[in-house]
Design a binder for this molecule. Structure first.
Ligand code: GZL
Length: 327
């Protein structure tokens, strides 16, 4: 609680020092100063998450907004506590990345009763009452899953593969990226008789658990029992690669590797022939979020959903393409 007070005091001081409200800065962004954003970040589980936090902090600085950030360290109850504290401080806007889709309605009803708008960033909630949040800024995870499936179908076409046994290493159960990356992938490959999903094992988006999952899968199916790994994020994938290579298995050659996020280390692994496909998921959402905060403060109407443009890099692309780079 003392930390939150200190953060708020620093934020307000920064706002006062930032000069008068309404004075456009060099980038033309209105430096409103007094706006304070309460931000509940779900954790620091992956390079994606760390980049996402940095993006929010930078965007708040760019807009001259105070940012009260609480990191929940993968605990939903800590996110709920943080949101309640933002309500108590009467922040201007609450932004949070819900670790899972369910369990938010009570605290979001409290935010609504307090008249504080809520922006969902990165992950969605499951609710029948869409008035509980003003907007969602984040990826279309279903489209990401479809891209992964479309890559695999193209790979099977190009190699003439007749039977590919797929093991999925999934993200946090009941999180939006886990649910929709799985659904999109299955909707593309599920009816194709060349593909068989032999297992799905949860790695919680963590590199260490990606290693554990790969060890479990190898123990269960053997070195010759898996043809494809579909992993819901690069951190888990990079952990899995370490295990495969320790076992003398050549990733991307002996076993196809499909991953999501697009962090630098994964894109480099693609360029070096250790990964076959990297589906992009940008962590750089901060500017889009703060732009919506500004529009909210100006009384402008918002759309409900804001998806960033995303694509993918594969082993069909030119590794020397300067656009092939990670975050
Ligand atoms: C996706 C994000 C996921 C990333 C993981 O937007 O929620 O959580 O794919 C991160 O790296 O842990």
């Amino acid at each position: 609680m003392k930390r939150l007070l200190l953060v708020l005091l620093l934020a307000v001081t920064a706002a006062v020092l930032a000069g008068c409200a309404g004075k456009p800065d060099s980038a033309g962004k209105e430096n409103t100063g007094a706006v304070v954003v309460g931000f509940s970040q779900l954790g620091a589980e992956s390079s994606w998450r760390i980049a996402n936090t940095a993006s929010m902090e930078q965007a708040a600085r760019d807009y001259g907004y105070g940012l009260m950030m609480e990191n929940a360290n993968q605990k939903q109850e800590k996110q709920i506590d943080a949101i309640r504290s933002f309500i108590a401080y009467q922040v201007d806007v609450i932004v949070f990345s819900p670790i899972v889709e369910t369990g938010w309605e009570n605290v979001l009803k409290e935010a609504k009763q307090a008249g504080i708008p809520v922006i969902l960033m990165d992950r969605m909630i499951e609710t029948d009452d869409e008035s509980l949040y003003t907007a969602y800024v984040g990826a279309d995870f279903y489209a990401e899953g479809r891209r992964a499936g479309e890559y695999l179908k193209r790979k099977a076409d190009e190699t003439g593969a007749e039977k590919l046994r797929i093991a999925e290493i999934s993200g946090t159960l009941d999180s939006t990226p886990m649910r929709d990356r799985q659904r999109g992938f299955m909707d593309v490959i599920g009816e194709d008789s060349r593909f068989e999903v032999i297992d799905s094992i949860c790695g919680d988006f963590l590199r260490s658990k990606g290693e554990e999952c790969m060890q479990t899968l190898l123990q269960k199916y053997g070195k010759d029992g898996i043809d494809v790994i579909y992993s819901h994020n690069d951190s888990m994938t990079l952990g899995a690669l370490d295990i495969l290579e320790k076992e003398g298995i050549k990733p991307a050659q002996d076993i196809l590797i499909i991953t999501v996020d697009g962090e630098k280390e994964a894109v480099e692994a693609l360029k070096n022939g250790r990964i076959n496909c990297v589906v992009q998921c940008t962590p750089n959402l901060g500017n889009s979020v703060m732009k919506l905060v500004k529009e909210l403060k100006e009384g402008k109407p918002l759309e409900k959903i804001y998806h960033p443009d995303e694509g993918m890099f594969t082993d069909f692309d030119d590794p020397k393409d300067p656009n092939m780079e990670g975050f």
